[in-house]
Design a protein around this ligand. Structure first.
Ligand code: 9MR
Length: 313
């Protein structure tokens, strides 16, 4: 049977999954499915600041290291997620209670500690995640408030100084044609024009309220690659009962959207989890369920075969 991994290798792309360090340690099916079917990983949570931090200035890299070591043992491409985000950061940080200089020093030190530690081992970093607001402009975050609008570009400069990974801007709701997709396009076009060291854009592609037309994804990938940027689909999942009605429709959508993205030049496709038993989707949003390529028993679903098809054409 052709695995996802085989099909991706033939297509010259990576196919990955977001992983959880505990499952990797404790669940044999999880480990075997991941190693057999995927050639790329991203830590679903283990590289977020709030998970890494042990106290002011302290770090515990055990979970993140386990994921990277697993990837190395199985010859996998590693996406790092994420250095700068407005969520899941340590409670003690309180950027709003700091001077601008102190907030900048703390954020820069964090970016450089983590990106520096994994130099040569993480292949692509989501340097900044979800900095664009849903209704336009930059999202009002603690970082915008503390540092001003240049913090996004600064983060890329800081990461570039210590890392040889490809540096990505990653966001949701910017996958196809939307005002937010245009905002992200403007942001990264400006970075390219100004020589900010950005290498790519991550389109999350969580599909749980309505389908993003594959042709729109292709058009977006096209215009981003025309800027000279790489494009990764970074967090793909497709909720049944919301965006699609059943497994067959889910498979069709996976096939169409993956082939549209890859044909337009996306070179990595990552699903936000391995199996339906462990997805953020049902709990977090109510926007459908069972969104991934393997069921709770790690049996391949029609969607998995559809992605093999999409990559084999
Ligand atoms: O799936 C992740 C969930 O387990 C975490 O509780 C949550 C907060 O850290 O983040 C989820 O992953 C998000 C990702 O980091 C960024 N894009 C949206 C993802 C789903 O919410």
């Amino acid at each position: 049977m052709t695995t996802l991994r085989d099909a991706a290798a033939d297509a010259g792309v990576h196919v990955g999954a977001a992983v959880d360090a505990d499952s990797l340690r404790t669940d044999t099916d999880y480990r075997e499915t991941l190693a057999r079917e995927f050639d790329a990983v991203v830590a679903e949570n283990a590289m977020k600041w709030g998970r890494l931090a042990t106290g002011e200035g302290g770090y515990d890299f055990a979970d993140a290291d386990d994921i990277v070591e697993f990837a190395e043992r199985h010859d996998m491409y590693v996406r790092g997620h994420t250095l700068v985000w407005h969520r899941m950061y340590p409670e003690w940080l309180r950027p709003w209670s700091r001077s601008e200089a102190e907030a900048r020093r703390l954020l820069r030190t964090h970016v450089q500690t983590v990106a520096g530690r994994y130099r040569g081992r993480v292949d692509a970093w989501d340097v900044v995640n979800e900095a664009v607001a849903d209704d336009g402009g930059l999202r009002e975050t603690q970082w915008l408030e503390a540092l001003g609008p240049d913090y996004v570009a600064e983060a890329f400069e800081w990461a570039d100084a210590v890392s040889d990974a490809d540096l990505f801007y990653n966001d949701y709701g910017a996958d196809g044609r939307s005002e937010k997709a245009d905002e992200v396009y403007e942001l990264v076009s400006d970075f390219v024009a100004r020589g900010v060291p950005i290498d790519g854009v991550g389109l999350q592609l969580h599909v749980f309220d309505e389908q993003v037309p594959p042709a729109d994804v292709a058009a977006n990938v096209d215009r981003l690659t025309d800027l000279g940027l790489k494009v990764h689909v970074t967090e793909l999942d497709v909720g049944i009962g919301a965006a699609v009605d059943d497994r067959a429709e889910q498979a069709d959508y996976y096939r169409d959207v993956v082939s549209a993205a890859v044909d337009a030049g996306a070179d990595t496709v990552v699903t936000w989890g391995v199996d339906d038993g462990q997805s953020w989707l049902p709990v977090a949003s109510g926007g459908g369920e069972n969104p991934l390529l393997f069921d709770e028993q790690f049996r391949p679903k029609p969607a998995r075969d559809a992605v093999v098809d999409a990559l084999s054409r």
